[in-house]
Design a binder for this molecule. Structure first.
Ligand code: URA
Length: 204
């Protein structure tokens, strides 16, 4: 698929999510004057980052990872010389859950098919999940359930999966927000980003 066709396909996904009246988060979105957050970045990216769900800053602007966690994500990308605009950043759940609560299984089930479609359009070589919700969803969905373990055991490791468009390397990472008050998690993230960079370079 050419890049402009990918952009068109991603727009169609966005339009469907805009109208997702079946979502338990739809009324909260409209009453709060929030936007759904579909994703941002290069539609031809080699790497896609998948977070959990938009927070308040994201829902107000419609942009993923634009608050404190996003600042950390940008810093981590900088440490490995990767520009934010060269990757694609999205979430499983596209609307903000009230009070930043964890996404409910029914919400993940409702929004995940849109994420699956985004991945099949972008066709990245590497998927980096941020936090346990996206790790668990992607591993289960890509036939890696038998390898599932707590994120403390899997972060920074690479798993290979076969998608309809080809092979994809999956790298679970801690959520950047988990490192705000935890120096050790920040150090783990920094080390894992170095591993991620090596993996990406080895695929060029
Ligand atoms: N946390 C997430 O998981 N996603 C965002 O977009 C922002 C914060």
């Amino acid at each position: 698929m050419k890049k402009d066709e990918k952009t068109e396909a991603l727009r169609a996904i966005r339009d469907e999510v805009m109208e997702l009246k079946d979502s338990p988060l739809y009324t909260y979105r409209t009453e709060s004057n929030y936007f759904p957050v579909l994703g941002e970045g290069n539609h031809d990216a080699d790497i896609v980052f998948i977070g959990e769900a938009p927070g308040e800053n994201e829902a107000k602007t419609g942009r993923p990872f634009c608050g404190r966690a996003g600042q950390i994500l940008s810093e981590l990308l900088e440490t490995i010389d990767i520009k934010r605009e060269d990757v694609y950043i999205t979430n499983i759940v596209k609307d903000r859950p009230p009070k930043n609560r964890d996404p409910e299984p029914v919400e993940i089930a409702l929004y995940a098919p849109f994420l699956d479609r985004q991945i099949n359009v972008i066709q990245p070589k590497v998927i980096a999940t941020l936090g346990r919700f996206s790790m668990e969803y992607i591993m289960k969905n890509y036939g890696l359930s038998p390898l599932l373990a707590p994120i403390s055991a899997l972060h920074g490791k690479a798993f290979l999966a076969e998608l309809p468009y080809g092979k994809v390397h999956l790298v679970p990472l801690y959520h950047p927000a988990a490192s705000i008050y935890n120096r050790a998690t920040r150090e783990d993230l920094e080390k894992d980003f170095i591993k991620l960079k090596k993996l990406i370079d080895s695929l060029q």
